[in-house]
Design a protein around this ligand. Structure first.
Ligand SMILES: NC(=O)c1ccc[n+]([C@@H]2O[C@H](COP(=O)([O-])OP(=O)(O)OC[C@H]3O[C@@H](n4cnc5c(N)ncnc54)[C@H](OP(=O)(O)O)[C@@H]3O)[C@@H](O)[C@H]2O)c1
Length: 351
């Protein structure tokens, strides 16, 4: 049997801010029969994740492209692999059978062919909505969890600053830090987001970075006793300002530099004398390296969810054709929480 498989492809490389026109929707015929001797499976995608890192794959050059398989440069007109949640339609892989629900590297497409050895696993429980497997119980959650606990090692009473705080990773960092008894301040790009951080997520304070002409003095106001931990999602001048306000033995988790993704000329230039004399640790990390913590992470966060200690923020669009606007929207600050595109209803009869 054959189906029409719609997918998103790169039309033109991104230079600066991404726009919908960098991507396009196209389609091809796909046979749902697996070739003899292969251990592939075919997955019908239900939800796909929209992540900022994809922009660096869409550029003519980014230093990230040669570092790790999922950061490789995208080839125009080819399919785009991306995290997702789906249902197995047909499988010759002995570890998966038809109708298994799976999460891992799938694609911005309706059906994905998954080869053995790919980053893919069964979804063990349907206790929570399937979409959580891309956010709070997925890569964003593990990023917040491993970055905060492995790198920053928060202690009760410490002062924590998080940027892009209303985003998928940032909102969880702030909520986890509050659960650890820290004083937490976040920054975000609108009043609505700032209010939500304080009123709904329980941040101690929050501010709109777009309204602060001097970030160093802004952070001095919000942290009169200094910052112990900075979870950096944006880089550039925010990192400089955070370092200038850090306490002795401060820790910075360098998670992402979204303010630099769209502006090649923009670079953080923290005062290295501060770093040295205040013995500040700035450590980059990739969630990919922390999959050994996955079981502990799922168990701990599931428990928080059951007890209602974490608010889940999801921002879901519908239909593959909305992937380009969902993606470009990340860089305009359109999203609140985890940006996801839903492609099919898990309860619908699907192939
Ligand atoms: N190291 C890892 O393994 C890893 C894993 C996942 C994500 N990350 C990184 O973590 C960061 C957050 O990712 P996410 O998936 O949680 O995305 P997200 O925060 O849900 O979405 C991006 C947000 O970034 C903010 N933003 C966009 N352009 C900005 C700019 N120029 N300056 C400041 N803020 C800007 C926007 O919010 P505002 O309205 O607040 O501007 C936007 O909503 C990204 O840098 C990403 O690359 C790293």
């Amino acid at each position: 049997m054959e189906v029409e498989n719609m997918y998103i492809t790169l039309k033109t490389c991104v230079n600066g801010d991404p726009s919908e026109s960098n991507l396009e929707l196209t389609s091809t015929r796909l046979s749902l029969k697996i070739e003899e001797g292969s251990k592939d499976m075919i997955v019908k995608n239900l939800y796909v994740s929209i992540d900022p890192y994809q922009i660096n794959r869409m550029k003519k050059y980014s230093s990230s492209q040669g570092t790790i398989t999922f950061a490789t440069q995208l080839v125009p007109r080819e399919k785009i692999d991306a995290f997702g949640v789906g249902r197995v339609v047909v499988s010759s892989n002995p570890d998966f059978k038809k109708d298994d629900l799976v999460k891992g590297v799938l694609g911005w497409e309706e059906y994905s062919i998954v080869q053995p050895g790919s980053i893919i696993s069964k979804i063990a429980t349907t206790e929570f909505p399937l979409s959580y497997n891309l956010g709070v119980l997925g890569t964003s959650g593990l990023t917040a969890y491993s970055g905060l606990y492995e790198i920053c090692k928060p202690k009760k009473g410490e002062k924590v600053f998080v940027s892009a705080a209303s985003g998928s990773v940032g909102n969880l960092v702030g909520q986890f830090a509050k659960l650890s008894g820290c004083y937490v301040v976040g920054c975000a790009g609108s009043k609505k987001k700032v209010d939500m951080l304080k009123d709904k997520l329980g941040f101690d304070d929050a501010f709109n970075y777009k309204e602060e002409p001097d970030l160093k003095s802004a952070l001095k106001r919000y942290f009169p006793e200094g910052i112990d931990i900075y979870f950096d999602n944006v880089g550039a001048e925010m990192l400089d300002a955070a370092v200038a306000n850090m306490n002795l033995l401060g820790r910075v988790a360098a998670c992402g530099v979204i303010a630099e993704y769209t502006d090649e000329g923009k670079r953080a230039a923290p005062n290295m004398l501060d770093v040295i004399y205040k013995r500040i640790t700035i450590r980059g990390f990739l969630t990919y390296d922390h999959h050994d913590k996955h079981a502990g992470f799922i168990s701990s966060i599931s428990d928080h969810l059951r007890q209602g200690r974490i608010h889940v923020l999801e921002d879901i669009s519908y239909g593959l054709e909305n992937v380009p606007s969902a993606f470009a929207g990340l860089f305009r600050g359109d999203n609140i929480g985890k940006k996801i595109v839903k492609l099919a209803d898990p309860r619908e009869g699907i192939l």
